[in-house]
Write a protein that binds this ligand. Sequence first.
Ligand code: BGC
Length: 844
Amino acid sequence: MTRPVLALAVLLAATAPLLAQHAPKPLNLRCEYHADPLGVDTPAPRLSWQMPLISVQRGQAQTAYHILVATSTEQLAKNTGDLWDSGKVDSDQSLHIPYAGKPLSSRQLCYWKLKTWDQAGRASAWSDAASWTMGIIEPDQWHARWIGAPEAGLAAPQLRATFDLPSKPVRAIARICGLGLHELRLNGVKASDHLLAPAFTDYNKRALYITHDVTEHLRPGPNAIGVILGGGWYRLASRDFFGFEKAPWTGPPRLLLELELLLADGTRLFIASDETWKWSTGEIVFNCLRAGETIDARQLTPNWDTADYDDTGWSPVTVLPAPAGRLAAQQQPPIRAARRVRPAAITEPAPGVYVIDMGVTFAGHVRLTTRGRPGHTITLKHNEKLQADGFVDMKHLSSHTLDKRFQTEQFILAGTGVETFEPRFTYHGFRYVQIEGLANKPSLDDIQGVLVHNTPAPAGAFACSDPKLNRLQELIVHTQLCNLHSIPTDCPHREKMGWLQDGCVTQEAAICNLDMATFYAKWLHDILDAQDPGGHVPSIAPNSGWASAKPDGGPGRFADPWWATAISRTPWNLYIYYGDRRAVEQAYDGIKAYIDYLSVRSTRAYGSLGDWLEADTQNRAKRTPIPLTGIAAYQLATRQLSRMAAILGRTEDAQKYGTLADEIRASWIQRYVDETGVIVPDSQTAYALALELDLLSAHHRSTVAAQLTANIAQRRGHLSTGIIGTHYLPYALSNSGQVDLAFDVLTAEGQPGYFHMIDSGATALWEQWDGNNSLCHPTFGAVGAWFYQPWPGSTPIPPPRDSNGSSSDRTCRAASHGRRPTTTRCSAGSKAGGSARATHTPSS
Ligand code: BGC
């Protein structure tokens, strides 16, 4: 019998290379969530991939992987991992495998590929090669100096330098941090499509630099580099409610930039911001994120960013101190001009005053094309509502900008013919624009609405047979996007603030719809940076100091555990949905400090806001006692801490905080549930929290579910919940067997409810059920996550494709429901490799 076996073995050996050649290969290689990222500044970048498609189709799981990381494509092609050869590792993991090779240096370019094995022991082919480029690991490794033009005041200074190149570089990488905001230009053109960059942070803790590949913009011979600096949150021009104009980090805008050039002969050159640069003001004579921008076209300096420009009259820049925060690479999806809209209508409430209805409430700005006399000023006032007389209501939502000017652009004409104006360093939340000072009535073509926000790739899709529910889904996603401005904001106009509950309660819905991993990972840093030394977590992040703990350590303004527990709920969501263990590691000590803070401070720290925005209560939580929600949040976060301790292998903590969570749960039950299982007070939020956060003995669940049903019936099928309860309400119903009722509540006609917004013509979600205040608030969009639940009868639809056209490996779900949404289809889930699933986890 020996011979035939041997013969077979020889045959297999001979055909193996052939089979391997045609074997499928792992796909969608990602490093720190990105395809071929340019600025990775963690020493152990995490690598992720997806299994070969054919293996997935066969229902196969990965059983092993082999990663190679090399200094060159040539090494990689020879299957040599001169930086790291993981060898064959038995593992089903395909998410966030930390690099474990030779130490990496700043700016290093790393190439990688891998192969995997399936359950039958079949090896895949090697994947295509991918790469990542290291950022700057240590601050002293930057080749550049911080420079600026403090004399420019509230105008936006233009900074420039020129340089000669012997040949066109084969690779040119720009690393830039221009605070508060910057626009990078090379040889007369904008070098990237980012807007309002870099992201908002507590600049005393962290400032973000962006890495761009700018090879296409450079040429042999003379070149010019230019940067325009705006104030942003670093130097806010108007006084605001939160005191951001006097935040501890504030100062004149400043720039740090290095351009790393690789020539064909291997020479590496650096062009860097330093004292040799020159500056001058240009056409932006005033800029403020809240007030708006003034552009004086008479001060345009055409071609200032080209090598031929004569800058003899320009002044030398000032070398400025670095911001106190550490520099880190920006990873979140950029803010861009995401979409353009044509106005719906123009009216003229008074002669020469034109009111433009953009047809939709959104975040961004207007691009205006016009002509007129030199020095003539055109004013654009943006807001969400009209007064009865047809003018734009500029009082509405202006309460948090303390100086008079609010969401207002001024364009001063050069008078040179047709001129186009578009602000760079501001954005507004609005539907209507009132334009004053035009020589003639504008046409619809003269005005363009530009939606400006972070641009995460789509991650889920939802459709059903009920057009109004589809419309609600549209509003949820639209409102969410309009509130992504490097932090999750509460609204794009009045406050523009990173209120923790608004930004956290909407996370699951946002994650189901959009690829939010790097966005929330960044915001987690903001929350940790905002935490006070005693463990207190302010209700906004970044924080100017306005919401910090009192000098005696007591809770700061509007402190509330539902806002503060974003410190644990955010890393928990990152872990559950994206498998991001590092987020848990990073947040762990902060969460612990907050739980210990609550344990010591107890009642005083149980909250000041509670179920804010409950229906019919003029915002305040009246129906649901504030300690009821506060203690529930305390329990939830303590339970999460215990689970995270277990995930990190900290058994003692897991035990300790598990016991504490049990005690908090017991005290909640003692306070609010009587011995028959009845909850007092009669509040939908109280019932929903009890059911969803496991604040009940199992045998009392049906009693509380019945209380909830009775309450809804009493309210004729309407919800009455606020900023906390609304998210939990549909889960509480469906998890107690009342999917129909959950749909009924979400689709109830009349006030309060989502369909009331839709029937009233809402073009974004409202802040309040009655339509007062902001008309672009993401918060009630939290229910969007529930749409992705696997309801009976669901059928999957194909997962969405990312911007590279590649399909992501997502858990696809569809819900089909007997009456209203006869075919509700949805998909949601995790990023590359997807071991985490997008499902709501009760008690999480
Ligand atoms: C914001 C809310 C926020 C609340 C807290 C409001 O002004 O817009 O969404 O959570 O303040 O008080």
